[in-house]
Structures are given as structure tokens and as C-alpha cells.
Design a protein. Structure first.
Length: 488
């Protein structure tokens, strides 16, 4: 009897002593385990980028062997992007329901399998269908790495680490034209693109590495009542930090947070609810400007250079050079966004990128065109780290990946599907000048939206940002007792 009462008392004490994941994570220094999580997440983007970039690198060969019209090319690029948009929102909901890690592993396997099957396509129609299905798997990956890192690292490091991860994405995109430079001249045109797609399916091997070595988000586990699992991961991280430091960590202190933001049983309705719909719309407009520029650089630069009289292999090298410039751009943006804020990073980077697009429209030589395209890449593609981090910072843990996936799906729909389909028609009908002026205008619309309608998320914990959603004006709200500090 006494022993039973003692166990109940001990259990009660343990519940009251529970410390939130936020309090424990925010005091951890950067360790090798932190870098392991960041590197594994970044490599997930790297491997995916190879599969996505395989289409743009293959387009000149596909045009020659299948006799594709400008409309066919637009449909092929738009079809893959439409698949990405279709895959994003369901994957976001699945990640909020079943965990970030499971959806990440499943998505890698899914898109890699269909990328491999592209090599067996017998017609334009079959290739269009397979790329659409591959795109669904790709869509399931996109919002997860930055959501994972956002939930693992301290508030002052989130955007810098995302800059590193997004640089991994650019390196993956860079690999596609470089691999094409080796493959396409080595085989006949009707065979080379098939071999290329099969090689681009290699990321399927990476799924096992992610499954074995990437931990689940403690914040997600905690929100879903799996406290023992969250505690095990946090304890492992704390022990690693103490080993690195050579001394014990300071005791965790619950941060002053605001009343928890209300969650919805239907995450999509929460994203478009009265408190968050303004954020969702504004972020979608901002993201559309970046994604439109991204898809033009990734999918149409080889075609534009070939149309300008350059050899296919030379055009692939120019494209690889342009994409390579985005790597330091993303690293710089990660630092800039952490130093000056996410809004400032977007406005400065996309403003300069819009100027690069206007200069590209007026370029009189191939070297000028490559140089101005590099400006677009450094600042336009380089704008992603701060943008993506602000996307996941907009929403509570309960539907964070759903919210970020919704923004990305809509931005890819408008900037990727509509923009990708329209771009070859614009190029064919009006030429490079009008086409790139259009890109600049869309980018500047994003800049105006960012200046006028978005909020700054720099320097706050995710829990504080959740409180902002509840109170509306965090700067003037009084801290409320955190639900995580109460008995659980």
C-alpha cells in the first residue's frame, strides 16, 4: 500500500518536473549532433535537386528526339511542378500527423523510383505522367528539412543553418548539368536522356541513411504526447553538448512565452483561418516571385543559350556556372537574414535580382547575359534561406509543415506551373527581353508585398511566435504562463 502511494507520488513529481523541449534546446550550443541533423537534412535537398534538375538538363535532348513544341516543353516542366504542388500539402499534413522523419524517407523513395522509370518512357505523354508522379514525391520533401532544423536549433542560428542547407540544394542543382555534360556527349541522343534519368534516381540509396541517423523532432514528439521519446533525444543532445563543452550545462529555464496559439483539428483550415490567412497570402506572393525566377534559371537557361547559337554542352556549362553562383548567395543570405531580419534579406536580395533580370533582358553579348544571370542567381535563388525559414516560423508546431507546404505549393503553382508553362510561349512570341522584364515585375511585386504586409520573425523562439499568433501584437502582450510549464 505504502509502496503504491510512493510510486504515485513519484510519478506526480516527475510530471511537475517536466521541462519543455524549447527550454532544453535553447540552451544547447552547436555540437557535432547539431551539424549531423543539419547535414542530413541538407543532403536530402541535395539528392532531390539532382532528380529535379535532370529534367532541365535533358530538355534539349528531349526536344530533338521527341520533336517537342514550345507548348510541349512548357507542359513537361509545368507537369513536374504541378506534381510538386500536389504533393506538398498532403505531405505537410502527413508530417504533422506522423512525424517529419517518416514522410522524408517515404518521399525520397517515391520520387527516386519514378525518376528511374522516366528512363523507360515511350512517348511525350508517358514521360509527362511519370514526371508528374515523381513531382508528387519531390513535393513531399521540400518543406521538411527547414521544418526539422527550425525545430532543433536555437533561435539565433536558424537562418544561418538554413543557408547552409539551401546551398546543398544548389549544389545538387549544379550537379545535374555537370552530369549531363558527361553523359549526353557520350551516348546517342535517343539513349543519353534515358541513362541520365536512371543515374538521377540514385538518391533512393540515401533513404536508408536518413532512416538510421536522423532523429525525430523533439518539439513534434512533445506536441503529440510522446514525451519519453522526446526526452530520450533531448538527453542524448544534452550529453553530447556537455561532452563537447567539458562541463555541465546550465539548468534549463522556461522562456517567457505567450498563451499557446489555438490549433485546429483541420490544419489547412488553420492555415487559412482568420488569424493566419493574411500571413499565408502575403508569404505566398513573396514566395511566388522567388520561385518564378528559380524555375526560369533551372529549367530554361540551357534552352535560352542553345537558342542563342551556343552548343548544347557549352549551354550546360554556362547553366552550371550560373547555378554555382547561388551557393555563396544562399550562405550570405543565411547570415544576412540572421543579422538584419528575414524581411530585410528578402527586400535587398530580390530587389537586386529584379535588376539583374532587367539587365539580362537588355544584354548584348553572351558574356553579359551570363554575368547578369549570375546576379539573378546569387540574389534571386540566394533569397531562399530567409524566405523558407520565415515560412515555417509563421505557424505553430501542430501544423507548421502544413502551413509551410501550403505556401510553397501555392507559390510553385503560380511561379512554377503557370510561370513554367508561360515562359516558352513568352520566349517564342515576344523574345528574351519581354520575358525577363516579366520576371523582374513579378519579383518587384514580391518586394512591395514584403515591405507592406509581412511580419518579422527574427530573434524569437517558436513558442514566442506561437504566442504572437494568439495575441496579435506580441510586443505589447503580457507573457502568460507557458502550458509546457504546467503538469503534463
Amino acid at each position: 500500500m505504502k509502496q503504491s502511494r510512493r510510486k504515485k507520488l513519484q510519478t506526480s513529481n516527475n510530471k511537475r518536473a517536466y521541462v519543455s523541449a524549447a527550454a532544453r534546446l535553447e540552451r544547447l550550443p552547436v555540437t557535432w549532433l547539431t551539424w549531423r541533423i543539419v547535414i542530413l537534412s541538407g543532403l536530402a535537398w541535395f539528392t532531390e535537386a539532382l532528380s529535379i534538375g535532370s529534367l532541365g538538363a535533358s530538355l534539349p535532348a528531349l526536344k530533338a528526339t521527341m520533336g517537342l513544341t514550345p507548348s510541349d516543353v512548357g507542359l513537361l516542366v509545368a507537369g513536374q511542378t504541378l506534381g510538386v504542388a500536389f504533393g506538398l500539402i498532403p505531405a505537410g499534413r502527413l508530417a504533422d500527423k506522423f512525424g517529419r522523419k517518416k514522410v522524408l524517407v517515404g518521399g525520397i523513395i517515391f520520387y527516386s523510383a519514378f525518376t528511374f522509370l522516366c528512363g523507360f518512357a515511350t512517348s511525350f505523354q508517358s514521360l509527362l505522367l511519370i514526371r508528374f508522379l515523381a513531382g508528387i514525391g519531390m513535393g513531399s520533401i521540400f518543406p521538411l528539412p527547414y521544418a526539422i532544423v527550425c525545430e532543433f536549433v536555437r533561435k539565433m542560428h536558424r537562418t544561418m543553418f538554413n543557408g547552409f542547407m539551401d546551398a546543398c540544394l544548389s549544389v545538387g542543382y549544379l550537379l545535374a548539368p555537370l552530369l549531363g555534360f558527361l553523359v549526353f556527349p557520350s551516348f546517342s541522343q535517343d539513349v543519353s536522356w534515358r541513362i541520365f534519368f536512371m543515374l538521377a534516381s540514385a538518391p533512393i540509396l540515401y533513404a536508408g541513411i536518413v532512416y538510421k541517423f536522423l532523429p525525430e523532432s523533439p518539439r513534434w514528439l512533445e506536441r503529440n504526447g510522446r514525451l519519453k521519446e522526446a526526452d530520450a533525444i533531448l538527453t542524448m543532445m544534452e550529453r553530447g553538448a556537455e561532452k563537447t563543452l567539458g562541463h555541465a550545462l546550465p539548468p534549463p529555464v522556461e522562456p517567457p512565452v505567450y498563451a499557446a496559439a489555438p490549433t485546429s483539428s483541420q490544419p489547412v483550415s488553420g492555415v487559412f483561418g482568420s488569424r493566419l490567412i493574411g500571413r499565408t497570402i502575403a508569404r505566398t506572393i513573396s514566395a511566388t516571385g522567388v520561385f518564378f525566377m528559380f524555375y526560369v534559371v533551372m529549367s530554361y537557361m540551357p534552352t535560352i543559350f542553345v537558342a542563342g547559337g551556343n552548343k548544347f554542352a557549352t549551354s550546360l556549362l554556362f547553366t552550371a556556372m550560373i547555378i554555382a553562383v547561388s551557393v555563396p548567395g544562399k550562405l550570405f543570405n543565411g547570415w544576412f537574414g540572421e543579422k538584419f531580419g528575414r524581411r530585410a534579406a528578402y527586400v535587398v536580395f530580390m530587389g537586386i535580382a529584379a535588376g539583374g533580370a532587367l539587365l539580362f533582358a537588355a544584354a548584348g553579348s553572351i558574356f553579359g547575359a551570363v554575368g547578369f544571370a549570375c546576379i539573378m542567381s546569387f540574389f534571386g535563388l540566394g533569397a531562399f534561406p530567409s524566405l523558407k525559414m520565415s515560412m515555417v516560423e509563421q505557424y505553430p508546431t501542430a501544423f507548421r509543415t502544413t502551413g509551410a507546404a501550403t505556401i510553397e505549393a501555392l507559390a510553385r503553382l503560380f511561379g512554377g506551373v503557370v510561370g513554367s508553362y508561360a515562359m516558352p510561349l513568352l520566349l517564342h512570341t515576344y523574345g528574351v527581353g519581354v520575358s525577363f522584364v516579366t520576371i523582374a515585375v513579378v519579383a518587384l511585386i514580391g518586394v512591395v508585398t514584403e515591405l507592406t504586409f509581412t511580419i518579422e520573425t527574427k530573434g524569437k523562439t517558436l513558442e514566442e511566435l506561437e504566442g504572437d499568433m494568439q495575441r496579435g501584437a506580441a510586443a505589447f502582450a503580457k507573457p502568460a504562463r507557458s502550458a509546457s510549464r504546467q503538469a503534463v
